[in-house]
Ligand binder design. Structure first.
Ligand SMILES: Nc1nc2c(c(=O)[nH]1)N[C@H]1C(S)=C(S)[C@@H](COP(=O)(O)O)O[C@H]1N2
Ligand SMILES: [Mo]
Length: 256
């Protein structure tokens, strides 16, 4: 056997061991999931596990100014008709505040001015919508990790539920989303108040919207009102963790 062959064999043995470990972890998770959830969810949990394993610590691709889309299109709600939102917008969002609540040591209410005074991050990323379009935009906002650092989620908090101001279906069902803690603390997860160097337009979610860059468009909740730390999102609305997840069985973990 040549030394390259020996090297390759060591590499393959290592891979097999890593694969075995992955499978074991996957099986444990499937077992745990089967006890509490429908069989349909198992595939999704497994793909989430594999995606997390492959994507752990990875960053979504970032682009340059030259890559920016000429206009960043809006989708879904573009102008909330809800009276409460319209009153806030009319006052230039001076009376708006983001509530951080639920399983946190320090519940917070943060005004737009307070959020703008916090450390900011700007990133140029590609937004992918399941409806079949993409756009590259430059987002500016405060890292969610910074806000979580102030609010201090309790150890039992596993998810963040994002409550939005816009109701769908003629006023009954609110748009909402949820993400796991790992995405909450990810460096590219920001609460954005700026798009392409200007204030975030109403069409794109003013005064504040989520950017969670390793997931599909519907996870990027616009018109944020509150972020709630929870152990489970099952008790909210349809129980699947988001408006489109409830409505059309979109996957909760929408990894790109
Ligand atoms: N509150 C709220 N957030 C939302 C939506 C919505 O209708 N309401 N639509 C989602 C979908 S499907 C997409 S693709 C993006 C669109 O963001 P944009 O309007 O900035 O393009 O917002 C997401 N977040
Ligand atoms: Mo979308």
């Amino acid at each position: 056997m040549s030394s390259t062959d020996r090297g390759r064999r060591r590499f393959l043995t290592g891979l097999a061991a890593a694969g075995g470990a992955l499978t074991l972890e996957g099986c444990e998770r499937i077992g745990a999931t089967l006890l509490g959830a429908s069989v349909l969810d198992v595939g999704e949990r497994l793909s989430e596990t594999v995606h997390r394993w492959l994507a752990a610590g990875t960053m979504a691709q970032e682009f340059t100014e030259a890559d920016l889309s000429p206009t960043f299109r809006a989708n879904g709600t573009e102008s909330p008709s809800d009276a409460a939102y319209q009153a806030l917008a009319k006052a230039g969002f001076a009376d708006w505040a983001l509530e951080i609540r639920g399983l946190v040591e320090k519940p917070l209410k943060l005004t737009l001015a307070e959020l703008r005074a916090m450390p900011a991050r700007t990133q140029i990323t590609r937004h992918d919508c399941v409806e079949g379009w993409s756009a590259i935009g430059k987002w500016t906002g405060v890292p969610l990790a910074h806000v979580l650092g102030l609010a201090q989620p309790k150890p039992e908090a596993r998810y963040l539920v994002l409550h939005c101001a816009d109701t769908m279906e003629g006023g009954d069902v609110p748009y909402y989303e949820s993400i796991g803690m790992a995405d909450g603390y990810h460096a590219q997860t920001i609460l954005a108040y700026g798009l392409n160097g200007a204030d975030l337009p109403i069409a794109n979610g003013a005064p504040l919207r989520l950017r969670v860059e390793r997931q599909l468009g519907y996870k990027h909740a616009k018109y944020l009102m509150a972020i709630e730390a929870v152990t489970s999102y099952a008790g909210f609305h349809g129980g699947r963790g988001g408006y489109w997840e409830d409505q059309s069985n979109y996957q909760w973990y929408a990894g790109i």
